[in-house]
Design a protein around this ligand. Structure first.
Ligand code: MRU
Length: 313
């Protein structure tokens, strides 16, 4: 099952808002369609957003639209994952070098899978037979073209024959952990248990977690940004001496800026006020919905990349 694919001059995006109940692809015929899928989380996860954005530029190119305007509009879709900006800029550079946007997007599509496999291979060296690994949100195949970053590490370790168990935080409010990471692990046949986000500390206190591996939307000077709830996991991991790893490709690195200068997306309060379609708070409740956390470097044991494991800066 691919997160997205290109066919007959359209981009087909697996609608992740429908998972795990339905496997439905949304056909993007215009770059505005791609923006819609990014904003609504039909496609989500930093690397997947980047590749979708690249194909959005290809759709604009094929339609003969103004590529500077398309680049501007696509970059406005979500603010935190740097892969979106990286991908659009790479397409612009490719065009300047005389290449087509479509060809470059297809190269990025293939690269994403190879990069994650290399990252997974490096990360699997950190995983021991019998480990229980806690993860937050979904940094799996569904967050990329395929294979995944944090879940790619788990896939690689499992593929080497290591018997591992995975604990997924449900990841309120949108439940990427419950809906997507659990789904992926089940498909892969890797033993998985689901917990509410607030149980992560308890499990670490009891010694039931050997390692934490999560993805990132941006790695910058001083730390990393990842899904809301990751900071609490990292703090608990530090307190209970559980190694905490970020798994992220170099396309997620943005070392020109401080992590504290990264814009943290604020999403619709309704995501907090409702659990799926069920309202969970009284009418008139005000809700805050920051979508990402900043995890300072001193809470990060190492950053797993396609080139090896790096010390956080
Ligand atoms: O809001 P989302 O679902 O796009 O957030 C995704 C995450 O926070 C992931 O952990 C991150 O993008 C890394 S994906 C390899």
């Amino acid at each position: 099952m691919k997160t997205l694919f290109w066919k007959n001059n359209s981009l087909f995006i697996l609608d992740q808002t429908r998972l795990p109940d339905e496997v439905i692809y949304f056909e993007c015929k215009t770059y505005q369609d791609v923006i819609h899928t990014i904003k609504t989380l039909m496609v989500r996860g930093a690397p997947a957003i980047g590749v979708a954005a690249a194909f959005g530029m290809a759709l604009a190119e094929i339609a003969g639209e103004d590529l500077d305007k398309a680049a501007h509009d696509i970059k406005e879709a979500r603010p935190t994952a740097v892969n979106l900006f990286w991908a659009v800029d790479r397409i612009i550079d490719a065009k300047k070098a005389g290449k087509t946007a479509l060809n470059e997007a297809l190269i990025m599509y293939d690269e994403d899978i190879k990069t994650n496999q290399a990252l997974g291979m490096h990360g699997s060296q950190l995983i021991e037979d019998g480990d229980t690994i806690l993860t937050h949100c979904n940094a799996g195949a569904l967050a990329c073209v395929d294979y995944g970053t944090a879940l790619g590490v788990i896939r690689a370790a499992s593929g080497e024959g290591k018997k591992i168990k995975v604990i997924c935080d449900e990841t309120r409010p949108v439940c990427q952990g419950a809906r997507l990471s659990v789904f992926e692990m089940q498909q892969e046949g890797i033993p998985v248990q689901l917990i509410v986000d607030s149980a992560a500390g308890r499990l670490m206190q009891e010694g039931k977690v050997d390692k934490v591996v999560v993805g990132a939307d941006r790695v910058a000077r001083g730390g990393a940004a990842n899904k809301i709830g990751t900071l609490m996991v990292a703090l608990a991991a530090k307190r209970f001496q559980v190694p905490f790893y970020i798994a992220a490709p170099k396309s997620t690195f943005d070392m020109e800026i401080s992590i504290y200068d990264v814009e943290i997306e604020e999403r619709d309060p309704d995501e907090v006020l409702y659990f799926g379609k069920c309202r969970v708070a009284p009418e008139g409740t005000e809700a805050l919905n920051p979508a990402f956390d900043i995890i300072p470097s001193d809470l990060i044991t190492g950053i797993i990349t396609e080139d090896g494991i790096l010390e956080p800066l």
